[in-house]
Design a protein around this ligand. Structure first.
Ligand code: C2O
Ligand code: CU
Ligand code: CU
Length: 429
């Protein structure tokens, strides 16, 4: 924190090498290091400034996924940071405690930049969350779990040679940049902040013994109350915070089993839908520090009703287009009036998977094909998986920041689709 009370963070994009496989060095990119980047922790009310320096040999951007902030600070395709330059976005954190993340968003290059290793987590805290008895000691009982799938060529370099409709599919999982990871657990409950930072793969996270866990937060923050689950499907860009209980001395693995992609078996198999993969082994100590009873009520959540929305927009995802148009950086697709409750009707009319992500806002899923969302999708979301032939009705309200000239993005978060133009631009006025 500097003299003006602003919290200042430095983030340097750089190239380097990392060791994932025995006896091999892999060329990677990262922030303040060779792979991934530091976790940024901030409190609601903080004024944050990030000095993003680009020491790469090519241009990139840094987007704050899930963050409510002015469009000029958003780090989308218009906020290019050229090699050798520093870009210093700044804004006031004003949204609930949540797990967000940052990653490049250079138009047409997002998949490649993310796959090289450019990503990091953001943890937002607030007083409401701080008042709850939840695990909150970073790296001890509150654990970032950044999940990515990779494929290595014979020289040990990243390759995207195996691709489905969804994009590059890897056969080796990394958690926080580590192959074959484990966590020594010292408390009877751990909080895992799951982030799917893969370009394409959809996971269904659960545990190797099928145990129940409690999901406590979705993309935008705490659920109204814990949702007991055995599995949580996360498509690229989505997050979930989960609490898992352990008994002394046991070993159990976070595992991804076959996600329900809403595809037939063959198509699902071509799109990484038939894989079971161990993600992270939890190794409980011989004695575990008890954290006490976890809360049964988490956050007040006022559910909006569709009837309260005064504007309806429709988005049809098909081919690599939205409403039959490809991304054009010079075209504004939608103009939103600040403060209006909007209904966005989003449909994947193809037989291939897609997803939908909106910048600047956390939305509510009002219904999915006419039915209310399941508990894990009933909280604040900024990204949602769209199974084929399904209509989602989303409710959202853009507040505070307006600009007639600088747009925000909405897009499919399967990064190869985004790069191919499955993205549109909106301004808030
Ligand atoms: Cu995670 Cu527009 O991006
Ligand atoms: Cu985003
Ligand atoms: Cu898509």
């Amino acid at each position: 924190t500097d003299a003006t009370g602003e919290k200042v963070v430095g983030l340097t994009a750089e190239a380097g090498t990392s060791s994932f496989l025995p006896g091999r060095r892999t060329t990677t990119w990262g922030f303040d290091g060779a792979y991934l980047g530091p976790t940024i922790v901030a409190n609601r009310g903080d004024r944050l400034r990030v000095n993003v320096k680009n020491d790469l040999a090519e241009a990139t951007t840094v987007h704050w996924h899930g963050m409510h902030l002015p469009a000029a600070m958003d780090g989308g395709p218009h906020q290019v940071v050229d090699p050798g330059e520093t870009w210093s976005p700044h804004w006031r954190i004003d949204q609930p405690a949540a797990t967000l993340w940052y990653h490049p968003h250079l138009h047409g290059e997002t998949e490649r930049h993310v796959m090289m290793g450019m990503a990091g987590m953001v943890i937002l805290r607030d007083q409401q969350e701080a008042a709850l008895n939840l695990p909150r000691t970073y790296g001890v009982d509150d654990i970032p779990v950044i999940v990515q799938d990779k494929r290595f060529d014979a020289q040990g370099q990243f390759t995207d040679s195996t691709r489905g409709f969804i994009g590059a599919i890897g056969d080796t999982l990394l958690v926080n940049g580590t192959v074959g990871p484990y966590l020594d657990v010292t408390t009877d409950v751990v909080r895992l902040r799951l982030l799917n930072a893969s370009p394409a793969r959809v996971y269904d996270f659960g545990f190797s013994d099928g145990r129940t866990f409690d999901m406590i937060a979705s993309d935008g923050g705490l659920l109204a109350k814990p949702a007991p689950l055995r599995g949580i499907r996360l498509s690229p860009g989505e997050r979930a915070e989960v609490l898992v209980r352990l008994t002394p001395g046991e070993k159990v693995s976070l595992r991804s089993t076959k996600p329900d992609l809403g595809l037939d078996g063959v198509t699902s198999g071509m799109n990484a839908g038939n894989d079971t993969l161990d993600v992270l082994q939890l190794r409980a100590g011989a004695t575990l520090r008890p954290l006490g009873a976890m809360p049964t009520v988490l956050a007040p959540l006022e559910r909006w009703s569709l009837g309260a929305a005064s504007v309806t927009r429709t988005f049809d995802l098909s081919g690599h287009s939205i409403n039959e148009q490809k991304m054009d950086m010079g075209r504004i697709d939608e103009t939103v009036e600040v403060g209006t409750l909007e209904q966005w009707v989003v449909t994947n009319s193809m037989h291939a998977p897609h997803s939908f992500h909106v910048h600047d806002v956390q939305f509510q899923i009002a219904n999915i094909g006419g039915s209310p969302p399941p508990p894990e999708l009933a909280g604040w979301k900024d990204t949602v998986y769209l199974p084929p032939q399904t209509e989602f009705r989303l409710l959202m309200r853009f507040t505070d920041y307006t600009s007639r000239t600088v747009p925000y993005m909405y897009h499919c978060h399967l990064l190869t689709h985004e790069d191919a133009g499955m993205m549109g631009q909106f301004v808030v006025v």
